[in-house]
Design a protein around this ligand. Structure first.
Ligand code: DAK
Length: 265
């Protein structure tokens, strides 16, 4: 990769990347350095061709935590200007994650609190172990979520459940997260979760890479538009794909009753 990282671990199997937040002694809390390293890595993979990167899984090191939040010791020393810089840094990194053209699964193996919950929310969907706990406990620190939590949680579970979670700062279980639509699937062990996350990615990799990228972009962009604008955007994304060889290949393979061989162009 040409980069040395202190607080994140990277692993690649073929075109599937795994990013592990690696500060287990602080329950993988996000300090400025972790956010900088994540930002650097995300910029690197955003420039990769599909032959080098088709998907990303994000998880946390150790059995206890995905990410227990922004680093409270660092937050403690901030003034208003510093807080704005810190929030913007986190928001930018999470937005970069959201804008990656490849799918991103959060594999949540323990506490996903505050900034950790916001990190999971910035991924495309969430798998969790049965012992995982989600929450936005910022009000218990005299704060509110600062890395997109008030924005993305309401889009994930609706505004009423979000109010209850954010005002109270209470944690919820993975099962409750699944009931609310925050979590897609719950697993007994983190090994099982990683196996299933990889299987899901492999399955997605059999689809047209340009189509998956367009689907991701379109689903994300149209969410905030009014219906006329949204339908226009969808029609434009749909028709643009007809410039690609992959559309010819996918439709031809169907007609010939064979598996398509997508090339991502
Ligand atoms: N930051 C720093 N260190 C943390 C940490 C955190 N978020 N969470 C845990 N640790 C550290 C603990 O201090 C402890 O370190 P040592 O004492 O061993 O040095 C070590 O991790 C193990 O934690 P515990 O001993 O506490 O472990 P327990 O099993 O007893 O408890 C826990 C686990 C997750 C329930 C507990 O650690 C906990 O409540 N942690 C804090 C969770 C939390 O409140 N997270 C939300 C953080 S606030 C903004 C930008 C961003 C944000 C807000 C505003 N702006 C700039 C506007 C985001 C805020 C947050 O994310």
């Amino acid at each position: 990769m040409g980069h040395e990282y202190n607080h994140i671990k990277l692993n690649t199997e073929n075109t599937l990347w795994t990013l592990t937040i690696n500060r287990p002694k602080a329950l993988n809390a996000l300090n400025g350095e972790v956010l900088d390293e994540m930002g650097q890595f995300l910029r690197q993979i955003s420039e990769m061709e599909f032959e080098h990167c088709r998907g990303l899984i994000i998880t946390g090191e150790g059995p206890k935590a995905f990410v227990a939040g922004a680093d409270i010791k660092e937050l403690n020393s901030l003034d208003e200007a510093g807080a704005r810089v810190f929030a913007q840094k986190g928001q930018r990194v999470f937005q970069e994650l959201n804008l990656l053209k490849v799918p991103v699964i959060a594999a949540v193996n323990g506490f996903a609190l505050g900034g950790g919950c916001e990190l999971a929310l910035a991924c495309d969907f969430i798998y969790a172990t049965s012992s995982a706990k989600f929450g936005l406990p910022e009000t218990s620190l005299g704060l509110i979520p600062g890395f997109g939590g008030t924005v993305r949680m309401a889009r994930a579970i609706g505004i009423r459940a979000t109010r209850e979670l954010v005002f109270s700062g209470e944690m919820i279980s993975a099962e409750e997260g699944m009931r609310l639509g925050l979590v897609r699937r719950v697993f007994e062990t983190s090994e099982e979760m990683m196996v299933e996350a990889k299987k899901k990615m492999e399955m997605i990799f059999t689809r047209g890479p340009l189509a998956v990228a367009s689907a991701k972009n379109t689903v994300n962009r149209v969410y905030d538009m009014d219906i006329d604008e949204a339908l226009k955007y969808e029609a434009s994304s749909f028709s643009k794909l007809f410039q690609s060889d992959d559309v010819r290949e996918g439709t031809q393979a169907f007609i010939e009753s064979r598996k398509p061989v997508f090339k991502g162009n």
